[in-house]
Design a protein around this ligand. Structure first.
Ligand SMILES: CC(C)(COP(=O)(O)OP(=O)(O)OC[C@H]1O[C@@H](n2cnc3c(N)ncnc32)[C@H](O)[C@@H]1OP(=O)(O)O)[C@@H](O)C(=O)NCCC(=O)NCCS
Length: 155
């Protein structure tokens, strides 16, 4: 499905938060998305690290979003959050959001991306494997009651 990928705006926040709440048992607060919108999708953390939030929009409707971090010191990117609206999954939106973020990371001079997924999250793990990410480790009980699987890809 063709979507426009662009930085989050104020008018996207309610839709993004709806997707967040229906996608995760422990959703981020709406205030985080408001902050990204207020900062036009780019929130600096310190001298080396910056975070970004983009949305995928189709005919004016927000269908997904992604939040990622660039760490120029370690030349590493990290996906912090990604979700696609229920009913619009398996149409390539998640893949497009991540590929767009990878491209931005390459342009920023990063050499690799790392991320974690819940062991039980077959959709996320399927997406990361589909994109060529390699399982490089596990973090025991990273999510309170569940292990995380760590993925990495060279850019
Ligand atoms: C994970 C998520 C973002 C994937 O988004 P999506 O738009 O459905 O993914 P895509 O359509 O781009 O999928 C690309 C490929 O990833 C893999 N994949 C995606 N969903 C999958 C699933 N449920 N099971 C197995 N593989 C899957 C497939 O290889 C797929 O290609 P195919 O459809 O041609 O087989 C979506 O399922 C979601 O929002 N889940 C809830 C939030 C979440 O868990 N986020 C990740 C936190 S770590």
């Amino acid at each position: 499905m063709q979507t426009e990928i662009r930085p989050i705006r104020r008018e996207d926040v309610v839709s993004v938060y709806e997707i967040e709440k229906t996608s995760f048992a422990e959703p981020w607060s709406i205030g985080i998305f408001r902050l990204y919108a207020a900062w036009r999708g780019v929130v600096p953390l310190d001298e080396e690290r910056t975070t970004y939030a983009n949305v995928a929009v189709h005919q004016g409707v927000v269908l997904g979003y992604i939040v990622w971090e660039t760490d120029r010191g370690h030349r590493t990117g990290r996906i912090l959050n990604i979700a696609v609206r229920e009913g619009y999954r398996r149409r390539g939106i998640g893949r497009t959001l991540i590929q767009h973020a990878f491209e931005a990371m390459r342009r920023a001079g990063l050499i690799q991306v790392e991320l974690e997924a819940r062991e039980s999250n077959t959709a996320a793990r399927g997406l990361y494997s589909h994109l060529g990410m390699i399982e490089v480790g596990r973090l025991a009980r990273y999510y309170h009651n569940e292990d995380a699987v760590v993925y990495r890809i060279e850019l």
